[in-house]
Design a protein around this ligand. Structure first.
Ligand SMILES: Nc1ncnc2c1ncn2[C@@H]1O[C@H](COP(=O)(O)OP(=O)(O)OP(=O)(O)O)[C@@H](O)[C@H]1O
Length: 253
């Protein structure tokens, strides 16, 4: 029996006027993996994620996510989760109301997923703040709420854009653990981040985008092994070699 990939794209491209944001992308992401999606600023990562989540129409090519064509937004939202760079939260709601609202959008009764949602909040240290309004939340509290909102309905595929942004070290560690647990429970995690040690630690596979093109793909160890260095190479070395610009300053925290 062949298991369908979680994400498959065929010649996926996006142009904005004379700018080619994503060019002829053929990507296959197996089910149940953590997939690190890397690339310099402006490489096309966000645009790719927007196409895969049905928010932006491709100029050419097709994509299937969790078995659904990416232009079938109605079916897609039930099967995916998205944590974008700028989390969409309603300032006037409490954290709990925000999570209930997100469940409603997917026509999932919140009571059905409350144990999972509130358990995630507790793990992230958000439990005691859930009845406060979002407009009084810190950046980290917003990020935690947006993460729970993205995964509370147990999606088949979740897209995370810089998920540890603004999180303190303890919460960031918990979030990394949660990502690994999600994948172990068969949720495919599509993770875009500039924090390469995190990718090296938790990603099963990595794709590197450069100028809208996929320039490398495989397990992190394979990418690192492809780089020649005098000492031991790491994913940052591989990234810099593959994207050909040693001046890109990348976080190494
Ligand atoms: N709505 C838009 N209109 C015009 N150009 C756009 C638009 N969205 C993205 N672009 C362009 O497409 C290219 C890819 O941008 P994108 O945001 O996908 O990159 P990224 O890899 O996510 O970058 P970063 O790491 O900085 O977030 C850039 O040249 C960007 O200026």
């Amino acid at each position: 029996m062949t298991v369908s990939p979680a994400i498959a794209t065929d010649g996926l491209s996006k142009r904005y006027g004379s700018t080619t944001a994503v060019a002829d992308l053929d990507l296959t992401v197996p089910s149940g993996v953590v997939y690190g999606f890397l690339g310099p600023n402006g490489a096309g990562k966000t645009t790719t994620m927007r196409m895969l989540t049905g928010l932006v129409e491709p100029s050419e090519g097709t994509a299937t996510v969790a078995g659904v064509p990416s232009d079938d937004r109605r079916q897609l939202v039930d099967r995916i989760g998205l944590l974008p760079e700028e989390p969409p939260l309603y300032e006037e709601l409490t954290g709990r109301e925000q999570l209930e609202f997100a469940a409603d959008l997917r026509r999932v009764p919140f009571e059905q997923i409350a144990d999972r949602a509130l358990g995630l909040c507790d793990r992230l240290g958000l439990g005691e703040d859930l009845d406060r309004r979002v407009d009084g939340y810190s950046k980290g509290m917003r990020q935690k709420t947006a993460f729970v909102q993205a995964v509370q309905h147990d999606p088949s595929v979740v897209f995370l854009d810089e998920p540890t942004s603004g999180l303190d070290p303890r919460a960031a560690k918990t979030l990394r653990e949660l990502i690994v647990e999600l994948a172990a429970d068969d949720t495919t995690v599509f993770l875009s981040t500039h924090i390469l040690p995190v990718v090296e630690e938790i990603a099963d596979r990595v794709g590197v985008l450069h100028d809208g093109r996929l320039v490398a793909e495989g397990p992190p160890g394979e990418l690192i092994g492809s780089v020649e260095t005098e000492g031991g190479a790491d994913l940052e070395d591989a990234f810099l070699a593959l994207t050909g610009d040693a001046s890109e300053a990348y976080a190494t925290e």
